[in-house]
Design a protein around this ligand. Structure first.
Ligand code: GLN
Length: 199
């Protein structure tokens, strides 16, 4: 019963965007990344990361093979971490402009709220995570403009949440896979373990 748990198998949605760096961050923490390109590849995973990239492009790919509907059901019960475009996909409400989403995490996001590509930036901010300030890489980032009552804010930029958690779901408006700091991926792996022990 109490055998030490094996490595976690974590899917990385690999339709488009920054999935490779997430896979590397997972390996560094002892997890096994599995690239997910078709719905069948979701089988047997302990959790899923949806990377940054372009959410509209990801949505186009998700329209194939009923992937959108399958993913929508999947994220309701499986630990999922959305970064940047992935956070946009998870949100219940998307603005700037409005677009379809999986509507799993009770937040409103405003796309490209910090300006165009040239305004992409690296900031360091206080965080609720142990270990001191957190570096955050923003690339045409969305802004979380509303969080529902179950959503906990773990880091902010100018008073707006940048890292949020609600139950088995985690979302970041920045790219933790592009900083050397493993704490955000570790937080997700902890959340996955926690979910398994309460399931
Ligand atoms: N601007 C992108 C979008 O709206 C997100 C950018 C990112 O993921 N780095 O989907």
């Amino acid at each position: 019963m109490n055998a030490s748990p094996g490595p976690l198998s974590i899917g990385v949605l690999a339709l488009q965007g920054a999935y490779g760096a997430h896979a590397k961050a997972l390996i560094a923490l002892g997890a096994i990344p599995r690239l997910v390109r078709v719905p069948k590849e979701l089988e047997g995973l302990d959790g899923l990361i949806m990377p940054g990239g372009e959410s509209t492009t990801m949505l186009k790919f998700l329209e194939r093979n009923a992937f959108f509907d399958i993913l929508q059901t999947y994220v309701k019960s499986t630990p999922t971490f959305g970064t940047c475009a992935g956070a946009i996909l998870l949100a219940t409400h998307v603005e700037g402009p409005a677009q379809r989403s999986l509507a799993a995490l009770d937040i409103t996001v405003e796309r490209n709220a910090y300006g165009r590509q040239i305004d992409s930036t690296i900031l360091t901010s206080d965080t609720a995570l142990p270990g001191g300030p957190l570096e955050m890489v923003f690339i045409r980032a969305p802004r979380i403009t509303r969080t529902g009552p179950t959503v906990e804010t773990l880091a902010t930029r100018d008073g707006f949440p940048t890292l949020v958690r609600s139950g088995h779901l985690l979302a970041a408006t920045f790219h933790p896979e592009l900083s050397g700091d493993p704490r955000v991926h570790q937080l997700f792996l902890n959340l996955v373990r926690e979910h398994q022990s309460t399931a």
